[in-house]
Every structure is written in structure tokens, then in C-alpha cells.
Design a protein around this ligand. Structure first.
Ligand code: ZN
Ligand code: FE
Length: 258
């Protein structure tokens, strides 16, 4: 099984998984890079998995369905290109001989879902859309900080070797903010150097891993005293004992951070 991030637009990745015959893709905002990859590798598209309704994630769905006949799966609670098989937490999608369990991860959008495969060769796989990024998380457009905290807690509880397949290459700018939150986090310094060298070589920083994110991502570290204190420094109304309150302040600080 081969996992590929297909670059799209300025900073999206459309994740493709294939077994040299069949493929699945996640969040095809654009059909062109997917059709190009299918053609050049002689793959047939079996399924399209969608995490949420934003156009940079669904824009290529209709064209791909028409061109390939692939089945489309998406969140139960969001507007989706039709026809679609609707999924919610606990739903299972079988594709490429793998079993993907659906997790409800509201916050970025109200009905955002993620796909988790516990038994893929090379380790567990997580397709998390715009909920969790390496070093950061999605903007809270439709949900609440409390919902986002619960969603991120669920992802952080996955096995440490889970490969985290995020939908955007935002890592370096997220890490810059993370260093402002935790200037003394040694793992964060090391990971930053690693990601900078990947980007200099034109490589994606993804997939990341859950173990890495637990060590370096401030949005998964809202229970750490260092992170809570930094959030309190940014917003005096923060309750440092309350992870969702810390998360809300971090998210607001990040929105304004340059
Ligand atoms: Zn989005
Ligand atoms: Fe997006």
C-alpha cells in the first residue's frame, strides 16, 4: 500500500492511498491532480472520502465521480455533492481491503469527520481534514472551542505511531506560533529544524504522527502548565485549569499572529 500527498491549490494535499491497482483519495478539492496521478500510475479510483464541506475539499468530487464511477463518502450533517454515502461517528468504510472507522470531530465545521484505519501496513492512518494540522489546528468556524477540545482529545488519544494525514501544508507557520507559545520546548525546536530541511528539499512535512503532535502541538497541549500560562499571558480572562478556555485563547492568539 502506497500513501501519497497530491499537492493541490497553494497548500492543500489530496491524500491518495493505492495498492498499484486500486486507489482511494481524501478531500479532492480539485480533480486534475487526481486524474493525472490515476492516469500515470494506471490506477482505478475505488472511493472518495470527504471530511467536510469546504470547497477546497469537495471541489473535484463531481468530476472524479463522473470520470471514474468511484463511490463517494462524506459527513452526515453537512451539504455534500450528491449522491453520497453519509457517515457519522462509528460508521465504517471498507476500501482497498482496509477498514476505516469514522470519528466525529466538530469544531472547524459543525459536521467535520475524520477517518481512522487501525490496521494498515506501515502503521495506523488518520485522515483528519482541517481539524488537526501539524503544529496547529483548524480555525473554529462553525463549532465551539469546547467541541474542538473534545475533537482534538479524541485524535490525541489514538496510538502514537498513527500517521497524521492533514489536508494542508501549514506546518512551518504553525511551528513559528508554537515556538511563541512554548519557547523552551526542546522537541519543538528539533522538529522545526527537521521540517525546515524537508521544505528546503521541496518535500512535504506530512504525514506527521500522533506522538510527535502530542510533543510539539500547543493545541494538543492545553493541559500543560507552560501552555496554559502562555495562553493566560495572551488573554487575562483564561481559566488555566480549563483546557477549552486555553484552547480558545490560543486559537484567537494564532488568528492574529503573524
Ligand atoms: Zn476547511
Ligand atoms: Fe481546507
Amino acid at each position: 500500500m502506497t500513501l501519497l500527498p497530491l499537492p493541490a491549490f497553494s497548500d492543500n494535499y489530496i491524500w491518495m492511498l493505492h495498492d498499484t491497482h486500486h486507489a482511494i483519495v481524501v478531500d479532492p478539492g480539485d480533480a486534475a491532480p487526481v486524474l493525472q496521478a490515476l492516469g500515470s500510475m494506471g490506477l482505478s479510483l475505488q472511493a472518495i472520502l470527504v471530511t467536510h464541506h469546504h470547497s477546497d475539499h469537495v471541489g473535484g468530487v463531481d468530476a472524479l465521480r463522473e470520470a471514474t464511477g468511484a463511490a463517494v463518502y462524506g459527513p452526515a450533517a453537512e451539504t455534500m455533492p450528491q449522491p453520497v454515502t453519509r457517515l457519522a461517528g462509528g460508521s465504517v468504510v471498507s476500501a482497498l481491503g482496509l477498514r476505516f472507522v469514522v470519528l466525529d470531530v466538530p469544531g472547524h465545521t459543525a459536521g467535520h469527520i475524520a477517518y481512522y484505519c487501525a490496521h494498515a501496513d506501515g502503521g495506523p492512518l488518520l485522515f483528519c481534514g482541517d481539524t488537526l494540522f501539524s503544529g496547529g489546528c483548524g480555525r473554529i468556524f462553525e463549532g465551539t472551542p469546547a467541541q474542538m477540545q473534545v475533537s482534538l482529545d479524541a485524535l490525541a488519544a489514538l496510538p502514537g505511531d498513527t500517521r497524521v494525514c492533514c489536508a494542508h501544508e501549514y506546518t512551518l507557520s504553525n511551528l513559528k506560533f508554537a515556538r511563541a507559545v512554548e519557547p523552551d520546548n526542546a522537541a519543538l525546536q528539533e522538529y522545526t529544524a527537521h521540517c525546515e530541511s524537508l521544505r528546503q528539499a521541496g518535500q512535504p512535512t506530512l504525514p506527521s504522527s500522533i506522538a510527535t503532535e502530542r510533543a510539539i502541538n500547543p493545541f494538543l497541549r492545553t493541559r500543560q502548565a507552560t501552555v496554559a500560562q502562555a495562553a493566560l499571558g495572551a488573554d487575562a480572562s483564561v481559566n488555566p485549569q480549563e483546557p477549552a478556555s486555553v484552547l480558545a485563547a490560543l486559537r484567537q492568539w494564532k488568528n492574529e499572529y503573524r
